[in-house]
Design a protein around this ligand. Sequence first.
Ligand SMILES: Cc1cc2nc3c(=O)[nH]c(=O)nc-3n(C[C@H](O)[C@H](O)[C@H](O)COP(=O)(O)OP(=O)(O)OC[C@H]3O[C@@H](n4cnc5c(N)ncnc54)[C@H](O)[C@@H]3O)c2cc1C
Length: 405
Amino acid sequence: MTAEYDVIIVGGGPSGSVAAMYLGKAGKKVLLIDKAPFPRDKTCGDAQGRKAANIMKELGIYEGYEQLPGQKIYGLTLSSPDGTQVHVDVEDRKNPPPGYVHKRAVFDGYLFECAKKAVETKILTLKDVIVEDDVVKGVVGVNQSGQTEEIRAKIVLAADGALSVIARKFGLVDNPPEHVISALRIYYKNVKGLTDRLELHLVDKLIPGYFWIFPLPNNEANVGLGMIIKDMQEKKVNLKQAVLDEIKNNPLFKDRFADAQSLEDVKGWTLPIASHHRKVYGNGFLLLGDAASLIDPLSGEGVGNAMISAKVAAEVCIEALQEDRFDENFLKRYDKKLWDVIGDEIKANTRLQVLGKKHPHLIDKLIGKAAKSEEFRKEFEKLLPYTGGRKKIGSAMFLKMLIKG
Ligand SMILES: Cc1cc2nc3c(=O)[nH]c(=O)nc-3n(C[C@H](O)[C@H](O)[C@H](O)COP(=O)(O)OP(=O)(O)OC[C@H]3O[C@@H](n4cnc5c(N)ncnc54)[C@H](O)[C@@H]3O)c2cc1C
């Protein structure tokens, strides 16, 4: 049977929508499916950094993004396990902000709208894939009328998130518990002392996880915490209790939350992290974003790498369509190309994450030093998650500088 589409993309989150835009621009016949219409909420910290900005600039959708209701971000506030706090600004306020906090309902809704202009879209819940001669040839899904549909394509992109149906079908979601973060989010109103910085608080009990307060417009804040599941199990941490404890009892925050109102119940979700290098391709399919386990192991930032994977996957799809090759021997080039782009940073940040867990006093030292020395702070700010370059933070040279200092 002939394929109706060149590419079917499953999932209209950041990875799926961005892949759709790249493929649509290249003139490919694409169907983008998602199980539910946008805009809608997604449990997240809502922060987007430079990587996401660069992709949106390349796609020509950054100007529209800047107009969305969101909070400009110019720096970070960090606190160490011993309670030292430092404010680090990574950009002059006269310049465009290096990051933003947009609620995912707003951000994903915008990306999906942009994707809709580039490709065909459909509400369809993926249930399975069509496999013939060991090769994925399309999708099986349930439409909004409850009918089952089979749609064929030459290649399928799985951008269907942490619980990806396709990754599960091919046994590719088996991250060990040290390579998965569990995280919670609550929207609050009227938290005192919000600024235009993201706040990452490296609380003793949660190391190397952290408690975050990310500012939003209208005096709202995205508040949450994340922790590696293995550490959570070992330290017997109940995440929901832990987030409420921090808010109520931590001397850094309790006054700031005294008059704050939570706007919802705690919401949780899973983050498959890239310290586990997952196989991201197979006969007739590629995995993108969370389905490919690409979240940064140190910061929990996933949107940037999800969008990068979408760009690389679109390039590989275009090559596959040109060569008429959809077997995994051909498609494995996606893994190489992707890790050539993100691999160094992931390795460096994995190192730092492990180091922070083993030696939390080094975090005290790092933040203490940044609090005292302007010169060190200037070096440090170039390396920070979301807003900075980040390439060097876990490098051997950086670690030496930290240990010596
Ligand atoms: C609490 C928390 C806080 C986070 N904070 C941040 C942050 O501040 N910044 C950051 O960069 N990252 C953050 N992340 C990570 C980030 O949310 C993800 O990395 C990012 O959403 C990955 O994008 P994606 O497109 O791969 O997947 P998703 O955004 O999960 O999109 C998957 C899409 O697939 C669709 N789908 C799923 N199953 C099916 C199906 N069967 N059929 C059809 N469609 C389907 C879904 O509806 C969804 O639209 C956080 C994650 C959590 C859990």
